[in-house]
Design a protein around this ligand. Sequence first.
Ligand code: MF3
Ligand code: CO
Length: 282
Amino acid sequence: MNDESMMTRLRRRLHGNGRQRIKARQAQERPAPVFKSPREIQIMREAGRIVARVHQAFREAIRPGISTWDLDELAATTIHSHSAKSSFLGYRGYPANICTSINEELVHGIPSRERVLVEGDIISIDVGVFYRGFVGDSGWTYPVGAIEPAAEKLLQVTEDSLNAGIKAIRSGGRVLDISAAVQNSVEPSGFHVVREYTGHGVGRAMHEGPQVLNYVSDDTDGRVVLRPGLVIAIEPMVQMGTWRTETLQDKWTVISEDHSLSAHFEHTVAVTNRGPEILTRL
Ligand code: MF3
Ligand code: CO
């Protein structure tokens, strides 16, 4: 997510001052969850499939020598061929179709002609589309050629934590179940769950309620009950050396504070009577 108000809220909460007052406002500012009808979920399924096709194209295209600009163009072509458009382009002034974040870059890296992948890199690519009025949102971290065993482990741990979060979904359960599952899945590895960025509800807007933290806290959205019709993006972000992040001069690119490797996996998931349904998958 990149909702400035959500980020500021979290930062304030983490770093103190005026705790009570800010907490009260937090709850007030919080967008309410929006429940979707079966017809709306059907459109979101189609939006999700388009996002999954873009990721499939990346899987085939990623190799040493390709630039993040080439990946942005590939995304634009694939998205437009399905009569969809990027939900990132122009979002709060974001200048590209996708986010491409390499190595210590966690999220929101901006594609560039100058940034060329080399063997051993890891690249997190985040894709969002609008299709018939609804959003699909999914991110994945890919290896470029052969990567270090420690990097392999980071990717595995982060992907596993996404799956653990998804599996924790059941109708009648709560958002906090997802947060706990992600955190418990990551922490035995010794890696660190990022706290300043979170998952979120998805629908006509890219960011709806509830906020979906990747760790347990007293956050009020943790108590939101999961019911059929709720669609959420679960997106664990995990760093090797610290949970702390900083934002580069370009005002977008988020990196780990200690420059250790960072990974991000995200799926858009619908809550159904039979449990979770991953929408951003083929
Ligand atoms: N996909 C991101 C999220 O999960 C948002 C991307 S930020 C943008 O919330 F500015 F590029 F849109
Ligand atoms: Co998201």
